[in-house]
Every structure is written in structure tokens, then in C-alpha cells.
Design a binder for this molecule. Structure first.
Ligand SMILES: *Cc1c(COP(=O)(O)O)cnc(C)c1O
Length: 458
């Protein structure tokens, strides 16, 4: 009797194959773990309760509830804003190779500080350092919590109580109250400010170097704004020509790219790559791991070995160092960069930046095929996407969006409906319409977006 009821319990694979369970936004490995727990519970209940006869539908609902209960507050959302590196939405989408290596490294022990060849204690960031030297020709590399930490740690390690030149045009504020002049002061640096907000000349640097005991020059990427018109700044190679061995040139590139993206998209102005800045004479280049690089949050310092050794000796480095998952993900993503074409194709940030508008349109049309809801008015419209995250300010790409409105309901209500959908969909409001910009909607999200539109009622 009991045994026959135990046969009511479906196999793990049957459950994994059911539509509702397949659709649920968790990794398969997470799903398997949770389903196994539910099945164990059901078996126990059957043995305890003679009248308990769960049917398939009941069991699927139990699994879904268990999935829901395992859902964090911090969860996956769908980015329909058209801003590719969206700081509020977690910046970069990780390539699938990175995800599988995170599971590999995170689900067991790892050789984080063990050299498998010698059996002795090893360096945590060996893989990353070797790849960086191949990719950008840097002598050495160091990884910290984020680029803000990289800037602070570099300044504090190399220039405490020393004079560093900064152009007034580069004394920027990045989001989250990160202000360059304040960070410099907090790191113990004596600022020597030169030039004006819109124009700084080579002679300004020259004069400051002649008059003061200058130990460093800090160049900051303007990141989130652009001065048009009557403006001037001085490039790394020009600086190199007027400095001597006493002055170290540091460049904070912010988004820092390893690929000249101007080659791939007509709307992008070429920005300096990390390797180009090093080749032009920057002693150290600092950049983020989760902006144009397309990986997890990190700050990366590359360049001169001696300087990096000094930074490594700073006590603060121990405070700011990153964990094994960040190192593992960075190593995987740098492996992808060894093949530039592969990087453009598989790193989602780069793919979205470089893909032609036809690809965006195709995603939109594929989604439209799934959609039918007479309660909403839907229209395909032109929109403009942007990189965001302080990269390539004022660069907009032509994009395609679905404009949604209703004569019966306020636009804010439609926006909230999508935001509160089971997988939140973050749209933008333009006048009296909600826009779903398909530049940032991923292939894997199309079905969910379609379901959300179909299920809308007032
Ligand atoms: C974004 C940015 C930073 C801060 O980088 P995080 O990785 O977000 O800490 C610092 N400097 C510049 C120029 C930036 O654009």
C-alpha cells in the first residue's frame, strides 16, 4: 500500500522537464538541490500519513513554492532600459564560461593559495597576472575590491605626503560620492592642481614640474561627462615627453577597455585601451572589472613591477584584496579576451555594444511573435541605448523598443506592473508610454517578457 503511493513521486528529470519548473529563474544545479529536498520530504510524508496521495500538479506547486522561498531579495531582473552597464542593475552580465567556472571553484575547495606544481604556498592571482601580461604587456598586476579602492590604494602606497599633479579638468565626481580631490587628500597626497576646468596645457604640467618637487601625475578619465567645444587636455605620450624618472604617471581609466571598440561600432569614438596607455608611457593603469571589461566587481592595477610590489606591501592591500570567486571569474574572462572575436561574441557587455541594430530588432520581433494582449496598445519605436557606467559619455546607439500604453491605465501603473513581475522587468517611462528597450533584453529573457505582456490585465 505504502509502496504504491511512493510511486506517485516523479523522477528528478521529469520535474526538471516540466514547463513551470524549467521556466523558473534558478540555475539547474540549484533546482536539483531544492527538488531533491522536496522529494525527500514527500517520501517522509507518505510514510507517515496513510491518506497522503500527492498528484503531479501538487508536487510541482510544492517545488515552485520551495524555489520561491529560496529566492533572495537580491535577485535577477530583466534590464529593459537600454543602458548596457547599469550600475543600479548590477553592471555586467557574466559570460556563461564565467558562470560555469564560478560553480566549479565555488562548489568545492580550490588551490587559491597552493601551487599545485611545487606543493608549496602559491600566489592567489597568478593566473590573472600571467594573462594580463599577455593581453596588455604589463609587467605585473594586482586586483582589489573595485576601481575606487585601486585609486586609493595606489595613491596611498606611492604618494603619501608627496606632491601629485592633477588637472582641474579631471577633478571629477563619479557616482556614489567618489570625488577625486577628496580621495587624493584622504590617501595622504598633496594635490598640485593645474589648468582650468575646460583647458589644461602641456605647459601647465611643465611649469608645475619645474617649480615643485613633483612625484606623480594622476590622469583621470572623465567618465560620466564630456566637455564639448573649447577644451583641451594632455595625453599620456605628451606627458611622458616632459617628465623624468622622478615622476610616476598613473592613469585611472575608469571603464578601461582591452579592445578598441571604435573598430566595431560606427557610433563609438575610440577610447584609449589599457595596453595603449601603457605603451604610451603610463607607469600604472587602473580600471574596473565590471564596466567595459564585462566581469565581476573588481579594481585592476597593471603596469610596472616595482611599483606594484610597493602597493602589495601596503597593509591596506590585505584589507582590499578580492575573494577567490572574483579571481576565478577574472581569470576566465581574460582567457576569453585572448581571442578578440570570441570576446566580442561571448562577453555580453561587448556583444551588446558591438552588435548591429538588426540583432536588436530580431530579439524584439521574436518576442512580438509570442505576444497577444488586446488590453494594451503595442508599437515598435526607435529608441536610443547607451553604454552607461561612466563609459563613453554622451554616446547613444540607435535601438529598438516596444512602446506600451493603455487608454485606461496610468503609465506609472504599467511600469510598476513590469517591475513587480515574478522576474522583475525594469522598463523606462517616456511621456505616456512604457518602453521595453531590446538592446539590453537578453535572448533568455524574451519568453518572460512575452509572458509578462500577455498576463497584463487591469
Ligand atoms: C567608475 C570609475 C571609478 C570607480 O570604479 P568602481 O569600480 O566603480 O569602484 C573610478 N574612476 C573612474 C574614472 C571611473 O569611471
Amino acid at each position: 500500500m505504502q509502496n504504491s503511493r511512493l510511486q506517485l513521486i516523479p523522477s528528478l528529470n521529469l520535474l526538471l522537464g516540466s514547463d513551470e519548473i524549467k521556466k523558473f529563474p534558478l540555475l539547474d544545479s540549484q533546482k536539483k538541490q531544492i527538488i531533491n529536498l522536496v522529494l525527500k520530504y514527500l517520501r517522509e510524508e507518505i510514510l507517515k500519513d496513510k491518506r497522503f496521495e500527492p498528484n503531479l500538479e501538487f508536487i510541482i506547486q510544492k517545488v515552485i513554492t520551495a524555489f520561491e522561498n529560496n529566492k533572495n531579495i537580491l535577485t535577477r531582473v530583466i534590464n529593459a532600459t537600454g543602458t548596457i552597464i547599469h550600475t543600479n542593475l548590477g553592471r555586467s552580465v557574466l559570460p556563461h564560461q564565467v558562470i560555469s567556472n564560478l560553480i566549479n571553484v565555488g562548489s568545492g575547495y580550490s588551490n587559491l593559495e597552493l601551487d599545485l606544481e611545487t606543493g608549496k604556498r602559491g600566489a592567489r592571482d597568478l593566473g590573472v597576472s600571467q594573462l594580463m601580461s599577455k593581453l596588455v604587456g604589463a609587467q605585473d598586476c594586482i586586483v582589489v575590491n573595485n576601481n575606487a579602492a585601486a585609486v586609493f590604494l595606489t595613491l596611498n602606497s606611492l604618494f603619501k605626503s608627496k606632491k601629485v599633479i592633477i588637472s582641474r579638468g579631471e577633478e571629477v565626481e563619479i557616482g556614489g560620492s567618489f570625488r577625486i580631490p577628496e580621495i587624493m587628500k584622504a590617501a595622504g597626497v598633496k594635490l598640485v592642481e593645474i589648468g582650468t576646468t575646460n583647458r589644461t596645457h602641456k605647459e601647465d604640467y611643465q611649469n608645475a614640474i619645474n617649480e615643485n618637487n613633483i612625484k606623480g601625475i594622476l590622469k583621470i578619465h572623465q567618465s560620466n561627462y564630456k566637455i564639448d567645444g573649447f577644451s583641451k587636455s594632455v595625453k599620456i605620450d605628451e606627458l611622458k615627453s616632459i617628465t623624468n624618472l622622478e615622476q610616476i604617471i598613473i592613469e585611472d581609466q575608469g571603464s578601461g577597455t582591452l579592445i578598441d571598440l571604435g573598430k566595431y561600432h560606427p557610433d563609438l569614438v575610440s577610447e584609449n585601451t589599457v595596453q595603449k596607455s601603457l605603451a604610451q608611457g603610463a607607469d600604472l593603469v587602473l580600471f574596473s572589472g565590471d564596466k567595459l571589461l564585462g566581469g565581476l566587481q573588481a579594481g585592476i592595477i597593471v603596469g610596472n613591477k616595482e611599483l606594484i610590489n610597493k602597493i602589495k606591501k601596503n597593509q591596506l592591500f590585505r584589507i582590499l584584496r578580492v575573494n577567490k570567486l572574483v579571481l576565478a571569474s577574472l581569470e576566465t574572462i581574460l582567457q576569453i579576451y585572448l581571442d578578440e572575436k570570441e570576446a566580442i561574441k561571448t562577453i555580453p557587455t561587448l556583444r551588446m555594444i558591438c552588435e548591429p541594430i538588426g540583432e536588436v530588432e530580431k530579439r524584439l520581433q521574436d518576442c512580438l511573435k509570442l505576444v497577444f494582449n488586446p488590453e494594451l496598445s503595442l508599437e515598435v519605436v526607435d529608441s536610443s541605448a547607451t553604454i552607461g557606467g561612466g563609459s563613453c559619455p554622451q554616446t547613444f546607439f540607435p535601438s529598438k523598443a516596444l512602446a506600451i500604453k493603455s487608454s485606461k491605465i496610468k503609465v506609472q501603473k504599467i511600469y510598476d506592473y513590469f517591475k513587480n513581475y515574478q522576474i522583475p522587468i525594469i522598463t523606462i517611462i517616456r511621456k505616456d508610454e512604457v518602453l521595453i528597450d531590446f538592446k539590453t533584453v537578453l535572448e533568455q529573457d524574451l519568453e518572460v517578457v512575452g509572458d509578462a505582456i500577455n498576463e497584463f490585465k487591469y
